[in-house]
Write a protein that binds this ligand. Structure first.
Ligand code: BGC
Length: 351
């Protein structure tokens, strides 16, 4: 089959590096990804009338991707989520990371994989691979790393496959930070969309969103999303975990059999008729309801303006701050071993 991928220039960074956008379609879906941050910029899915609906938030220009926080659609690494105080010890050696979130390290640090320009690797009729080299000492981490993410279309599914190797033991947790809105990126808040997260437990966090180390039952709390629940049903409840984070911003313990693909979440939108199922080989999934988008709004694609709760992220990953919690699954990637994880987003239509 002839490839349906197309590539176009998307802008130039101050460093002179050129950013490109790759579009790939199949019979059901189409996506646009940027080499900047290996970012998912658009994902078109048919609604129940068959109209293609862009279900991820994003921007029109490279300048906005560079200047704005929030990691819209980005591939986040080397170690997604927070590392307390930006410091850790591994094999008896102390590492000091860049603290870009108050006292803590977040989503890979000052630049991170999300703000680097990736190379285009293999492009086939169904998949695009982007690759990156991360140097020993980058952001304070040890070990030279090679990293790749493959965006693959299979029927009505988008499959993200991550691989990484390092020449020293290091930390690795790669995630995609898309803000989904199954009503369309410009359709307002997601509070009526129904979510199911198939997790019995979650990791509560402190006032700086650092896990306390507990892995608590969701039962009897607003974190119990095991059956379809409107995202807005409990989000304003007087539950300290939600109050401190201004909404959901929590890791769920979704998969005990790390390395095996498991369905971990489903979301449905009655208005558009779009449903999405999320499966992953990773142990955790961070559910974030765009709590920190400015209350005054932020300009997005095609004149849209985004506000808090206009999207939700389902960041499949290692547990946050895993290096400081021996009871969490390990986020250490050993020298010479391969980090090899897959997350899929499979779409359907409600009747
Ligand atoms: C974090 C949030 C953060 C957001 C954007 C999420 O993954 O958990 O606390 O504000 O990313 O940076």
């Amino acid at each position: 089959m002839e490839t349906t991928a197309s590539v176009r220039p998307f802008g130039t960074l101050e460093s002179g590096e050129e950013v490109r956008e790759i579009t790939l379609k199949n019979e059901a879906l189409s996506f646009q990804i940027l080499t900047f941050g290996a970012t998912l910029r658009a994902l078109f899915v048919p609604n129940r009338s068959g109209e293609m609906t862009d279900v991820v938030l994003g921007y029109d220009t490279i300048e906005e991707y560079m200047a704005r926080d929030g990691y819209l659609g980005a591939t986040v690494g080397r170690c997604a989520n927070r590392i307390a105080k930006g410091q850790f010890s591994l094999n008896g050696k102390d590492y000091l990371l860049f603290c870009n979130d108050g006292n803590n390290h977040l989503h890979g640090g000052k630049v991170g994989f999300s703000h680097r320009v990736w190379d285009i690797g293999e492009v086939t009729d169904t998949a695009v691979t982007l690759t990156l080299r991360s140097e020993d000492g980058e952001e304070g981490y040890g070990g030279n790393m090679t990293v790749s993410v493959t965006y693959e279309l299979k029927g009505a599914g988008l499959y993200l496959h991550y691989e990484a190797q390092s020449d020293q033991d290091t930390l690795c947790s790669l995630t995609n930070h898309s803000y989904f809105n199954l009503g369309g990126h410009d359709s307002g808040d997601v509070l009526k969309q129904k979510i199911s997260i198939y997790a019995e437990r979650y990791t509560p966090s402190d006032a700086e969103s650092i896990p306390t180390g507990a892995i608590d039952p969701v039962a009897g709390t607003p974190m119990d999303l095991r059956t379809p629940t409107p995202i807005g049903a409990h989000i304003e409840e007087d539950f300290w975990q939600l109050r401190q984070a201004k909404g959901y911003d929590h890791n769920f313990a979704v998969n005990d059999t790390v390395g095996t693909m498991k369905k971990v979440a489903e979301v449905t939108c009655e208005e558009s008729g779009i449903s999405m199922a999320v499966s992953t080989t990773l142990p955790g999934m961070h559910f974030y309801t765009a709590n920190y988008i400015e209350e005054t709004g932020r300009r997005g694609k095609n004149g849209a303006v985004y506000y808090p709760r206009n999207g939700f992220c389902l960041e499949t990953q290692q547990y946050p701050d895993a290096i400081h919690h021996p009871n969490f699954p390990s986020a250490v990637l050993k020298a010479g071993e391969t980090y090899d994880h897959t997350t899929s987003f499979v779409f359907g239509n409600l009747s």
